[in-house]
Design a protein around this ligand. Structure first.
Ligand code: PLP
Length: 377
């Protein structure tokens, strides 16, 4: 969708907060442990390339993305660091991954068999870097079986077109208090890892939650995602070992202000009816921006005051009830600080009965992103 630059609705991304979060994590890691910044889904809605650059400044040595297209966007921005695509890539894209030095996750022999002739067909094709995904309990992608993993490793070892750069797994419950299932996954991963005749360059199991709360498991690379953005992977369940600073704020402005009277209704379905004389403000954001319909009833901040959204959220606009007449052009904070109050992504997610990950990456690219510069050290 076309970004709406001239509408007064925008996301502000604080690059200093991103720097802080990555830098604090780097300080806790062994010097040999590589931090790959997970910047999939447009860096969880924060903006792929600007976030990637700050992460590099803060000590990230590589990147993880979900799709080959996201990896190619990093390369197009002249980012030369190692990149791993975490999801399954079509074998048809293997030659372009090899040409662009992008590593791919692979979870079965069939993929290797399909990709090989395609790589062979390209004159002087560089070796394609692979990370073996192992499924130790996430139930998503990867080898589960020792013999299949060994056979695939032997196939890669014998191949002129492929090279094994890493092996990894992904935990289903690293953000929970109860570690029973987590420990089971660790044990399974050890069995699979030990079945390989040699360790590849990168052995990695840790997402943000694992790195924050399970130090024993870091291997020699972490896939650091949501915590980059200052969001606690557990929501409110576990405390982070250092202060995570949220990077994203969402602002708009009042574009229309009016007084309504007893019995007057607001928005589709006329589900909200005024019980008194009330001041109503209109804000140019709606569900087409990722401000979900179920945000009806949630508050925004205007001049430090909480103003509830009344009536249904429309595609492009919402109405709020204000304690007094505020002027057209007044700043509206949907996520972030205003005077002494703050609305966090966590609060928004709780209200919408989801997780902050989903709200952040659901904020549509119709909303422009503005970047607050990183301060000098
Ligand atoms: C998304 C993802 C991550 C990052 O997870 P966070 O919880 O955001 O840290 C790590 N590894 C894999 C395989 C992923 O898909």
């Amino acid at each position: 969708m076309q970004p709406s630059y001239l509408r007064p609705t925008y996301i502000e991304v604080d690059q200093q907060a991103i720097y802080h979060n990555v830098h604090e994590e780097k300080k806790r890691l062994n010097p040999e442990t590589a931090l790959f910044a997970v910047v999939k889904a447009d860096a969880y809605g924060h903006g792929l390339v600007p976030v990637a650059r700050v992460c590099q400044e803060a000590g990230a040595t590589g990147f993880c993305v979900a799709t080959i297209d996201e990896a190619l966007a990093l390369r197009a921005a002249q980012i030369a660091a190692p990149i791993l695509v975490l999801g399954i890539t079509s074998p048809q894209a293997a030659p372009i991954a090899a040409a662009q030095n992008i590593a791919l996750a692979v979870g079965d022999q069939d993929w290797l068999t399909m990709a090989t002739p395609l790589l062979k067909a390209v004159p002087d094709c560089p070796q394609l870097k692979l990370h073996f995904a192992t499924d130790t309990g996430m139930g998503r992608i990867g080898f589960t079986d020792v013999d299949a993993l060994k056979a695939a490793a032997a196939f890669v070892k014998a191949s002129a077109y492929l090279t094994l750069e890493g092996i990894f797994t992904h935990f289903a419950t690293a953000d929970e208090k109860d570690t029973t299932y987590f420990e089971k996954q660790v044990a399974k991963f050890k069995v699979l890892l030990n079945a390989l005749p040699e360790r590849p360059k990168y052995v990695h199991v840790a997402n943000s939650a694992t790195s924050l709360w399970h130090e024993a498991c870091q291997c020699n690379m972490i896939r650091f995602g949501v915590a980059i953005y200052g969001l606690n992977p557990s929501g409110s369940t576990l405390a982070a070992p250092y202060e995570l600073q949220p990077a994203l704020s969402l602002y708009s402005e009042l574009v229309f202000v009016k007084q309504i009277h007893v019995g007057d209704s607001v928005s589709y379905g006329a589900t909200y009816t005024a019980k008194n004389d009330e001041w109503i403000g209109t804000i140019p954001i709606g569900y087409a921006d990722g401000w979900l319909r179920r945000m009806s009833g949630m508050s925004v901040l205007i001049k430090g005051k909480r103003c509830p959204i009344v009536g249904r959220v429309c595609m492009d606009q919402v109405m709020v009830r204000m304690p007094e007449k505020f002027a057209v052009g007044e700043k509206v904070t949907l996520i972030g600080h205003d005077e002494d109050d703050e609305i966090t992504l966590q609060e928004v997610a709780d209200y919408a009965q989801t997780i902050h990950y989903e709200i952040a990456c659901g904020l549509h690219d119709r909303i422009p992103r503005h970047y607050l510069p990183k301060r000098e050290d």
